[in-house]
Design a protein around this ligand. Structure first.
Ligand code: SF4
Length: 505
């Protein structure tokens, strides 16, 4: 695959918590990604496959809509009473022999995890796939402390070996095809441990075998593991991780110390709530009836599994997001990635263009809110990276109204731009003018006639290829059709006059 600007990782554009500083804003990054045919082929193939599987298995359940309603209601309840559920979770985890740590932001979380690892005397850890640790840039922070974190999820391993960035929530290496993965394994595995076998082919079984051999020595050697969490049950202190490969199960059971990093919104009230989410998540994410591996643990059990368990609860912008009554629904996300797989924008640009660890529709509403105030080129463009077609809302297993939040965040960006200008912005002038024109049928009719005449003048072959002035951006990537010679209003008015005339006769 051709290297794009968004692929490059340099010291100056490493992950800064949630967004990748140094990356171009979405419009520029998307343009680069769109020119990459191989990337688009890889994405089309992968998203279509997962999408079809999801539709098949969700269609099997007669009560799928009721399950979605139940999931949405539970998540709404959690967000309404987040403070009490978190305190209950801390009490339950502590009673079961775990230790709970609270981190306000990424720096605090990284310091806590690094100190915990250092206290064990270890300099390497194995990791279960985790969006929360990507969000806080844990691997990079640990590397600065001389601690190596080995990703053990197959797709995360591909990303790590390729010195790449994840481009999908569930399938971080979705932008890579088999041949590219074979090349990465062949050239990079030896630098991280056991090399790839001689003559490795790009057959899936051969690639899986190479990864298995490479990872196994790490599992057997590791004394410390770091994981994320899909759920944490306030009632019992039970933590849950679902996965497909079994690498998570190895990390969660073999090492002596387990450190779990989790966003505070992942808490669920009761163990019985899993009945809903363990049906919703696998069907919406991988298109499976159930996850191949569902691991759950409650504190520590003498003689069985890790004997030291730490739960690091991170805020990192979540309580700020909670204060927005429209935007807070983004915190209900269970990271299934269904919204990415149905999004026509994501399918064409891929995840790197979003410049954030959270790509796609959910990233477009979550990243700007976690980062905070509008006014950043990294996040201001994200709410506009959507056609508002609503496919994400239809697919979301917990019914997050992503289009509603997108429009809400767009308004915030526009308002913040206006706040920084003494004079009205061109957009504000245009909207003000539009209000006057749309309020006056006479002005609207005159404007339509004038606009249509002008459009016909600059058209060629029935299409306008370039609009003038501030409208240029609209026609840069679209063919604008020439307005009809007679507008609907003119046609209607002529029709009314004709009938009135006929009735009078
Ligand atoms: S927003 Fe909904 S569809 Fe998208 S990842 Fe989150 S839960 Fe899944």
């Amino acid at each position: 695959m051709a290297t794009t600007d968004t692929d490059k990782t340099t010291d100056t554009d490493k992950t800064d918590n949630i967004v990748w500083l140094g990356s171009p804003a979405f419009p520029q990054a998307a343009k680069t990604a769109l020119a990459d045919d191989q990337l688009r082929r890889n994405l089309r193939h992968a998203t279509t496959t997962i999408r079809d599987k999801r539709l098949h298995v969700t269609g099997e359940l007669a009560d799928w809509e009721q399950l979605r309603d139940a999931g949405a209601a539970l998540k709404r309840r959690v967000l309404r009473h987040l403070d009490s559920y978190l305190e209950q979770l801390e009490t339950s985890v502590t009673a079961a022999g775990g230790i709970v740590h609270w981190a306000r932001d990424a720096d605090e979380a990284n310091t806590i995890v690094a100190d915990l690892i250092r206290a064990t005397g270890q300099t390497e850890v194995v990791k279960v796939k985790s969006m929360a640790t990507q969000e806080i840039g844990l691997n990079e922070a640990l590397a600065k402390e001389g601690i190596t974190a080995y990703e053990t999820d197959l797709a995360e391993l591909i990303v790590q070996l390729g010195d790449d960035r994840p481009s999908h929530i569930l399938v971080p290496a979705i932008h890579r095809n088999r041949t590219e993965i074979r090349d990465i394994f062949t050239s990079r595995m030896a630098g991280y441990g056991r090399p790839a076998p001689e003559g490795l082919t790009d057959e899936p079984a051969a690639l899986a075998e190479a990864a298995r051999g490479h990872l196994r020595e790490k599992f057997l050697r590791a004394k410390v593991a770091v994981s994320g969490a899909n759920f944490a049950i306030a009632e019992t202190g039970t933590i849950g991780v679902v996965e497909s490969e079994g690498n998570g199960r190895m990390c969660l059971t073999l090492p002596e110390t387990l450190i779990t990093v989790m966003g505070i919104e992942k808490v669920l009230p009761q163990f019985s709530d899993l009945e809903v989410f363990l049906q919703l998540l696998p069907r919406a994410s991988t298109g499976e009836r159930m996850n191949p591996y569902t691991s759950m643990w409650t504190g520590v059990t003498p003689g069985d599994g890790p004997q030291s368990f730490h739960l690091v609860l991170i805020d990192n912008g979540r309580t700020l997001t909670l204060t927005d009554t429209v935007g807070r629904q983004a915190l209900a996300c269970i990271r299934c990635s269904a919204c990415l797989n149905v999004c026509p924008v994501y399918e064409r640009t891929g995840g790197h263009a979003y410049g954030s660890v959270y790509p796609g529709p959910i990233g477009a509403i979550l990243a700007p809110q976690l980062v905070g105030a509008a006014g950043s080129k990294h996040t201001d463009s994200l709410p506009f990276a959507s056609t508002l077609c609503g496919a994400c809302y239809d697919a979301c297993p917990v019914k997050i109204n992503i289009p509603e939040v997108l429009v809400h965040l767009r308004a915030k960006v526009v308002e913040s731009k206006q706040e920084h200008h003494l004079l009205p912005t061109p957009e504000a002038v245009a909207m003000h003018t539009a209000r006057i024109v749309f309020n006056s049928p006479r002005l609207l009719g005159a404007g339509q006639r004038l606009g249509a005449a002008g459009a016909r003048l600059i058209s060629r072959g029935g299409v306008i290829r370039g609009l003038p002035g501030p409208l240029r951006g609209w026609s840069r990537s679209r063919d604008t059709p020439v307005p009809a010679k007679e507008s609907f209003r003119a046609w209607w008015s002529a029709r009314e006059q004709k009938y009135e005339g006929e009735e009078r006769q």
